[in-house]
Design a protein around this ligand. Sequence first.
Ligand SMILES: Cc1cc2nc3c(=O)[nH]c(=O)nc-3n(C[C@H](O)[C@H](O)[C@H](O)COP(=O)(O)OP(=O)(O)OC[C@H]3O[C@@H](n4cnc5c(N)ncnc54)[C@H](O)[C@@H]3O)c2cc1C
Length: 240
Amino acid sequence: MAAFETHIAHLVRSVSLSELTKHLEFEMLGMRRFGFVSGQWLSFKQVKPDGEELTRAYSIASPPGEDPRFALCLNRVQDGFMSNFLCDMQAGDEIHCQGPFGDFILRPPLRDTIFIATGTGISPFRSMLHWLLTDQLRHQGKQFWLVLGSRYERDIYYHDEFLRLASERPNFHYLPTLSRGSVEWQGLRGYVQEHVPGIAQSRTDMHAYVCGLDKMVKANRELLRSLGWDRKSVRYEKYD
Ligand SMILES: Cc1cc2nc3c(=O)[nH]c(=O)nc-3n(C[C@H](O)[C@H](O)[C@H](O)COP(=O)(O)OP(=O)(O)OC[C@H]3O[C@@H](n4cnc5c(N)ncnc54)[C@H](O)[C@@H]3O)c2cc1C
């Protein structure tokens, strides 16, 4: 089997998105441009203190550009090694990675699309939506819905950014929903799948992309099937 090339990425910037979540910006060393397709992921490698080499996948959370940069959005997982290692990195620190990999990418022909995510499952959709919405030739005036779920308001990652994008792009509809929102929260409540029928019912001419933990992905796939959607119109990426 052909070995994949290993890249060295160094951390340029680390921003806290919540108590346990970070937005990390990296630059690939020795590259003029890092090519990937929105929705793809990288495999990060690190040797643990006991000598075991660990690899973990992380979706790219930024759109492809003309530079060697990319971003990640990641959660600290309790007792997890790689997520905490990455979250603890300081500007200038380096890590090895391979990729890009994966075929969780926008499937042609482009249709009206619903993106469904919880937590850091937003990563590939942040990349896809920024890529699509910067250029009319890419988005072709299609309608895009982002149904983004979290427990509390403080855990809706990139909230202001998506609010701004929705105010600038009439074909982008941003629907954050909270399962444990405070009394002040004026937006949607409940789980993401509760808000999907309002968009997807009676529509078999759309695509859906679902990203997050297994339970949520399963619930949304089953729901779309029950609404009469063709299996091929639904793509998904599971993080666990
Ligand atoms: C294609 C792909 C893309 C991914 N992209 C992202 C991403 O963009 N951002 C991100 O934060 N994560 C992402 N993940 C999850 C990531 O790869 C790791 O599984 C996660 O960071 C935990 O790794 P760890 O080494 O810290 O913990 P581990 O040592 O692997 O796990 C510790 C414990 O946490 C549980 N666990 C594992 N993963 C999760 C999880 N995601 N949430 C809650 N509990 C978990 C395990 O069952 C185990 O009990 C992605 C996974 C895949 C397969």
